[in-house]
Each structure stands twice: as C-alpha cells, then as structure tokens.
Design a protein around this ligand. Structure first.
Ligand code: FBP
Length: 358
C-alpha cells in the first residue's frame, strides 16, 4: 500500500461530487438544486466552526431571552458589554448567528423564494431579483438547551419546490411533508456529520476539517428493523396519554421475555435522531397534558426527520397518522412525533389504534 499516494485520496466521494453525480441522473437539470445544496453545505461549515469556537469566542449565553419584558435592560447591558468586549459586529450569539448565516447563504444562492426559520416569527420572502424555485424550512441550531454545555446540537432543513411563478406565499411551504424533495441535518458533535436525502436513500458525510470537505462515510444508511433503545424525556411521564405510558412501560418491563430497552436521551433532536438512525430503536416526543400538540415543530423538525426516517426504511407517526401526511396550517405548528425502526413504531401505532377502538 503506497501510503504517500493514499494520503492524497483525490478519489474520495465528497458531498459536492455526490450531488453532482445525482444531478447527472437528470439531464434536464440546470444545476439549481446543486447550487442550493452547496450553499446549505457552506452554511453548515460556518456554523460548525462557530460551534467549535463557541466557548472561546464567548458565543454562548444570552442573546435575548423569551421573557423579553423582564430582561430587556439586562439584555441591553450584556449585549453592549459583550459588544465592547468583543470589539465589533462579529460577536453574535450562536443561534442568532446561525440563523444569519443560513438566511444569507440561502438568499445569496439565488435559488430560493420562501424561507422559514425556527428563529424568525415570520417567513422570509426573497426579493424578486434574487428568487428561485425552492423553498427552505430550517432550524438553524436545534437543541438550544445543550448549546451552552457543548453537547451535540445541529441544523435541520427541508426543501420544497415552488410549482408556480406568482408571488410566493406561505402556501408554498404549508404543504404535506410527502411533497418535500429533500431533507437533512448537520450534527455538530464529536465529529461534524451531514446526513442528507434527496429522495433516493439516506447518505452520511463526515467533515474532514483538514480538507474542509464533507466526505461520504455512511452511504445508503438503513435503520435496523427493530432496536433496543428508546429515547424520550421521561420527565414528562406524569402528563402522558395512555398509549405512550403503556409503550414506555413495555420498553422498561417487556412482558414477552425480550430484554428491556435502554433509555438514551440527549435532549437535542438531531443527536437523538442520528443515534436512532444508526443504531435503531425509537425517538418520541409525544403530546401531553402540558403540551397537547407536543413540542417539536412540523415544518423544520418533524417533516425533515420523518422524510429521512422513511428513506432509511423506518417510520414516523404522529399518534394519529403518518407524519409526512400532515398538512400544517401555521409555519411554527407543533406535532407529537414517534419515529424510528419500522417494528418499534408499528408497536406504538397498534397501541393508539387499540385506544381508538376502545
Ligand atoms: P429548540 O429548537 O428550542 O432547541 O427545541 C427543540 C429541542 O431542543 C429538540 O432538539 C429536543 O428534542 C427537544 O427540544 C428537547 O426538549 P425537552 O428539553 O423538553 O426534552
């Protein structure tokens, strides 16, 4: 083995090469999708480097809490303090910074018309001179409760096409998830991994920091048919409905002689779903008395993960229906979600069906 030559593995499958190969399967394609994806990839690289430097660059901590009234003056004080400490523009807090990075990357691609971000109350309609045929829904930095302690977080995105050339509206994204043309996430953890599906399977790419390139390391990911891991915030158990309570009980105390499942919960959907995709099992964020519609948002959390799960041979269920058949009415709508290995999700579907028949 000629290690010297091996060091310069220019035959590596980078994500750019992969997407261009995919594009070549569609002779009529003008490369719009490839350009859009390469801008999303650039955004992920930016955020990855910011996440890696977060603690050092004071990018963690407050950037304007939800209770705006109470901490406005505190926020102003900290904001200006950090500004002066950081001498200038570049010191923005990670989730705000990540949102800016992706909005700029998507608008500058010239391939988008409607953008929906978890960070922005309203949808962004791209000015006509920079518009294109795609709409992107995304959570620029998911797992906010883990940002400050350096635990894995991620970016989630889903892509729709716009079927008309009139003025774009939110109707262009308030569509069933089964109309998405691509979805993915980028996990910022011990390694930075981008997992993508353009409707022909799920593929994982690992960022090689020395090359600054995402390399295909996990081609054609298939989730195991059944897993031995369940992932849920059991802190909400007292507020769960019957089928969820029964299902988690079965995970812990199986009556069929099978071994109990292990509980794994990071609290970042990207990390919990990534593990579920590779190891199998089930991730659930059910509805409960406190959050009757669950917590996770349909457009930029539930749909992209459901799209990937189905492409990998798994399932995604809301407690009532196939998650991808939902038709959201609002851009930040929430939904309960049960996703993962086919057989594990089948089990919870059966419990909800039994409850319905009672
Ligand atoms: P954010 O988008 O605000 O981060 O909320 C989403 C999320 O952090 C998911 O990543 C995660 O699965 C879930 O909330 C954790 O919620 P909880 O802390 O209630 O278990």
């Amino acid at each position: 083995m000629d290690h010297e030559a091996d060091a310069f593995r220019t035959d590596l499958m980078t994500i750019t090469r992969f997407v261009l190969n995919e594009q070549s399967k569609y002779p009529e394609s003008r490369g719009d999708f490839t350009i859009l994806l390469s801008n999303i990839v650039l955004g992920c690289k930016f955020v990855c480097s910011a996440v890696n430097k977060a603690g050092l660059a004071k990018l963690i901590g407050l950037a304007g809490d939800t209770n705006i009234q109470a901490s406005f003056f505190l926020f102003l004080f900290i904001y200006f303090l950090t500004f002066f400490l950081s001498c200038g523009e570049e010191q923005k807090k990670l989730d705000v910074l990540s949102n800016d990075v992706f909005i700029k990357a998507l608008v500058s691609s010239g391939r988008t018309s409607v953008l929906v971000s978890e960070e922005d109350e309203e949808a962004t309609f791209v000015e006509s001179s920079k518009r294109g045929k795609y709409c992107v829904v995304f959570d620029p930095l998911d797992g906010s409760s883990n940002i400050d302690c350096g635990v894995s977080i991620g970016t989630i995105f889903g892509i729709y096409t716009m079927e008309h050339s009139d003025e774009p509206t939110t109707k262009d994204v308030l569509k069933p998830g089964n109309e998405m043309v691509a979805a993915g996430y980028c996990m910022y953890g011990s390694s930075c991994m981008l997992v993508l599906s353009t409707g022909t399977g799920v593929h994982g790419f690992t960022l090689d920091p020395s090359l600054g390139e995402f390399i295909l390391t996990h081609p054609d990911i298939k989730i195991p048919k059944k897993g031995n891991i369940y992932s849920v915030n059991e802190g909400n158990a007292q507020n769960w409905d019957g089928p969820t309570t029964k299902y988690v009980e079965r995970c812990k105390y199986p009556k069929d002689g099978s071994p109990a499942k292990s509980l794994r919960y990071v609290g970042s959907m990207v990390a919990d779903v990534h593990r579920t995709l590779l190891y199998g099992g089930i991730f659930l964020y059910p509805a409960d008395k406190k959050s009757p519609n669950g917590k996770l948002r349909v457009l930029y959390e539930v749909f992209p993960m459901a799209f990937l799960m189905e492409q990998a041979g798994g399932q995604a269920f809301t407690g009532k229906k196939r998650a991808l058949d939902l038709v959201p009415k609002k851009i930040h709508e929430r939904s309960p979600i049960f996703l993962g290995s086919y057989d594990d999700v089948e089990e919870i579907k059966a419990l909800y069906a039994a409850e319905e028949n009672n």
